[in-house]
Structures are given as C-alpha cells and as structure tokens.
Ligand binder design. Structure first.
Ligand code: HEM
Length: 492
C-alpha cells in the first residue's frame, strides 16, 4: 500500500507520518513528530519543506488517509492554478458540498462557473457603499452595546470575539439583508439565535466532516448543542429563503427589499431562472452558508491580527493614526473614496494576513498530469500525476524566506506598491477570492474608526502577546490568531 501511495506522488521526497492530517486520527492526535495533525503548516512553519529548500514535497501516510503533494512556492502555485477553468483541476468533493449542498467554493468545472456567474455580480460598488454605511453603524452599536461610551480606558480580554461578531453582522446585513442586531438574545431561551447557531456551526465544520454523524446523537450535552445548532441553522436558512421568495414574487410591499440586489436576491432569482443560470433550493442554501462562513471568519481573523500587531508595534500604529486622521479629516465618518487614502493601513492588514493567512490551504485534485518547473532543490521539470491531491500551503508559502525575507517580522512596508489584485493571500487565478474588495472595505473602515478613537496597547509584554497570537489554529474554516487581550485608551 505504502509503495503504491509513494508512487502515486511520483516518489517526491517529503513526510511519511502515520496518519494523514485530514483524517479522524490525524486530527485527533494533534501535531507530534510522527503525526502532522491539522496544524502542522503553522507549527512547523520555520522548518517545513526541509527548511524551505524544496518547492514541493509529498505527504504519504503509513497507516491511514490519502497521499498529497504540498507546495510552498508562489511560482509553483501560479503554474498549477493556471490550469483552472481547463479540465485538469477539481475541488475534492469532501471540501464543503456534502454539508449543505453544492456551492461556489466547493463546485468544479462548469458547475463552478455557473455558481460564480450568479454570485459575482452581487458584489458591486453599491454593495461596498452599503458595507461602509453598515460598518459605521455597527461600530457605534458596538461602543454602546459594550458600554464603552463613557470609558477613557478599557481592558478587553478575548478581543477576537468582537471582530468575529462585527464581520458576521456585516455579511448578514450587506450580503443577505438580515437585520442582525448587536445584542443577540433569543426570544425563546430554549432556542439558539441565528448568530449563535452559525457561530457553533462554523466552529464545528471540520469535526463534522471528520466525525461520523451518529456520534452527535449520543447523550452528551456538547454534542446535543452542536446538533441543535446544525438543525436550527438549516431551518433559519429555509425561512430566510421563503421570506425573500415572497418579496421577489411581490407578496410584500417593501420597496427597499425589492430593490436590494444583494447576494441573497441573486441566489433566489436564480431559482426561477431557466438554463445555465439556474440554482435549485439546496444549492441556494449551500451558497448562503458557504458565503457567510467564507466572508466572516476570514476577515475577522485578519482584523484581530492587524490590531494585535499594531498594539505591539506602537511606531507602526502612530504612522497609521497619522494617515487615518488625514484621510478622514474632512468627514466625521469615512466614505468609500476616503478608504483609498489609507495605503499604509491596507499594508498593515496585508502583512498581518501574510503572517496569519486566513485562507490556510488551496486544495485541488488533478484530473490530468501537469508539468511544472520548480527551482528548489534544483531547477527541473516535475510531473504531477493525474489523481494527485495538491495542497498550496498558504502558511508555508507566506513564511517562505525565499519570497518573504525575515518572514516572522511584521513589516508592512514590504507591501508598498503591490497592487491589491496581486495579493497572494486571497488565492490565485480564476478562482481567487471573490470577496477581496468586500473584505478590504470592511476591514479598512472598521480599523480606521477604531484606531482613530482608541490608542491600543498590550496589557502583557509584547513577547507574551506575540506568544498568545501564535497559539493560532483553524477556527471553523479559517486560520486565526490565538485569543488576545488589548488595552484601549481613548484618543480624545
Ligand atoms: C481576509 C479575508 C479573506 C481571505 C484571506 C480569503 C481568502 C480566500 C482564498 C485564499 C480563496 C481561494 C480558495 C481556492 O482557490 O480554493 C478564497 C475564495 C473565495 N472567497 Fe475569500 N477570503 C476572504 C474574504 C472573503 C469574503 C469577505 C468573501 C465574501 C464576501 C469571500 C468569499 C470567497 C468565495 C465565494 C471564494 C470562492 C471563489 C471561487 O472558487 O470562485 N472571501 N478566499
């Protein structure tokens, strides 16, 4: 079995652990020398890929799980993903489709093209204008909801929960027209709210993929709540869908609703469209869920990381503060145009995302042989065989000293002059992130408001905070910094 598996990855050198990372035992044992576990790209970021001397390695498990090929090279990633849209690349089926229904993230080939053509036109300047307006509103709701209005100085433990809440509210309101409030308390105490259900569901996506469903039926309180969240979320989504269908059929008088043109409107409209741009109900549910998860966890994780780094690096924070006060001086609240005048803040956001890339792996299955040129350990052509599972390891790639010298150091200036379209943390080629602009607008607007009003510091030493951030891992489907505490001091 082992020899066959090794041959399937063309005998490329690499790791030979007992279990594949994405398998029940592999995930359960965590990262050990004999078991990479789910978090190995982070834990071994300094030494992986034979100390970054190899562009491509293989991972062949000795006992269970499939083999795969990993790359840490931007150049190799671009070569592989250049085949996107042709027939050689597929998303593995287990990625997301099995949980909720076919969707833009999980689909391949013509199916993917159909989903992308339906969803992409919903992300327009009108949407981004709404993101700015709602970010300003949610920021105020946060200050009131957290009772900070009168405070001069505040210590916020587990700061990570705030960006998570903000990002969830923003994608719900701006993408799906769901008026999610800051205070998320259920009318009926025995039921979970939509926000709580979605949070639990996103936190348990990976375990849901790995652990058999019958285990959740055991009389264990934690499993009962998880099960309740999954079934509750499903009925919430069907309700949203029915409501929006009524609106589009004209059963309600709300002109606002009818003119919305958001992601949900486009998905629902696709249900009554014939031909190539049609979606069935399960596909609409699949897309709602996937977009909500893809949008909120990623952006939230990077906002937290950005604030963590700026709290540690006061001199960078002061540079950003000077930029913010100049850029939004004229107005009390930033506009979409003002956000273009915050290049250094954007560079800080990108640098935090490079160190903690929220989209942690880009995974494809090859349906045909592909030849690639590699540089390390020697320049040569390498053939990746049909059937190979290829993982573009976004942590190794963004910590590769050959591409990013001194990769552990927070250095926003390294992004100076990079076009925002070329930022590798959002993926490559035809399937690069559809929400890049959404995430930029949301993050810049929130960070500008927050850093304009508060000077942030770390309550423990900088080294200790970096260590807290470094307890990073996959949270739901996004890679995210560990929980951090921040001290806020009002600027004026
Ligand atoms: C910091 C924030 C974000 C990061 C780091 C990020 C990262 C990524 C990456 C690396 C991919 C490529 C995955 C692949 O090729 O397999 C991707 C795809 C995608 N992202 Fe994002 N993303 C972010 C925010 C968002 C937001 C805000 C949305 C929605 C509004 C979104 C929706 C999507 C979708 C739908 C895809 C799949 C596109 C396709 O396959 O055609 N993402 N993202």
């Amino acid at each position: 079995r082992f020899l066959n598996a090794r041959n399937s990855v063309n005998c490329i050198p690499g790791m030979r652990p007992l279990f594949a990372p994405m398998s029940l035992f592999g995930a359960a044992f965590g990262t050990r020398w004999w078991n990479p576990g789910l978090n190995w790209p982070w834990e071994w970021r300094k030494t992986g890929f034979f100390n970054h001397t190899h562009d491509v390695i293989s991972l062949v498990p000795l006992i269970s799980g499939g083999s795969s090929v990993y790359t840490c090279s931007v150049d190799v990633a671009r070569q592989i993903l250049a085949a996107e849209g042709k027939t050689q690349l597929f998303k593995p089926r287990w990625i997301a489709a099995s949980l909720w229904g076919e969707n833009i993230v999980a689909a391949s080939g013509d199916q993917w093209r159909r989903h992308r053509r339906i969803v992409a036109p919903a992300l327009t300047p009108k949407t981004y204008g709404l993101v700015v307006a709602e970010t300003i509103a949610v920021y105020k709701e946060m200050i009131e909801g957290e009772n900070w209005s009168e405070d001069k100085e505040i210590l916020v433990p587990d700061f990570n929960r705030l960006p998570r809440k903000i990002a969830l509210i923003l994608i719900s309101r701006c993408g799906f027209g769901l008026p999610m409030p800051w205070a998320d308390t259920p009318a009926d105490q025995s039921r979970l709210t939509f926000g709580k259900s979605l949070t639990i569901v996103t936190e348990t996506v990976i375990s849901r993929l790995i652990i058999p469903t019958w285990l959740y039926k055991l009389p264990i309180e934690r499993f009962r709540i998880i099960d309740q969240a999954w079934s509750g979320l499903s009925s919430f989504m069907h309700t949203f869908l029915e409501t929006r269908k009524d609106v589009q059929r004209g059963d309600t008088d709300s002109t606002d609703e009818k003119q919305r043109g958001d992601i949900l409107s486009r998905l629902v409209a696709a249900m009554s469209t014939d031909g190539k741009l049609n979606l069935d109900e399960q596909e609409v549910i699949g897309n709602i869920f996937t977009l909500m998860v893809a949008a909120h966890e990623t952006t939230a994780a990077v906002i937290t990381a950005t604030l963590g780094f700026l709290a540690i690096h006061e001199e960078e924070q002061e540079k950003v503060y000077a930029e913010i006060t100049t850029a939004i001086l004229a107005s009390n609240a930033p506009t979409l145009d003002d956000l273009q005048n915050l290049p250094y803040l954007l560079a800080c956001f990108h640098e935090a995302m490079r160190i903690y890339p929220a989209g942690v792996a880009v995974v494809r299955e090859l349906t045909d042989d592909i030849s690639i040129r590699i540089k390390r350990p020697i320049e040569e052509t390498m053939v990746l065989r049909q059937g190979t599972l290829v993982v573009i390891d976004m942590i190794a790639l963004h910590h590769n000293p050959n591409t990013f010298p001194e990769p552990d150091i927070f250095k926003p200036s390294r992004w100076a002059g990079t076009s925002e379209h070329d930022v590798s943390m959002f993926g490559f080629g035809a399937r690069a992130c559809i929400g890049r602009k959404f995430s930029h607008v949301e993050a810049l607007c929130f960070l500008a408001l927050f850093l304009r009003d508060w000077k942030i510091t770390v309550p423990v030493s900088a080294t200790e905070t970096e260590r807290e951030m470094g307890k990073a891992g996959i949270n739901g489907l996004a890679f995210s910094v560990g929980p951090i505490s921040l001290r806020l001091r009002r600027r004026k």
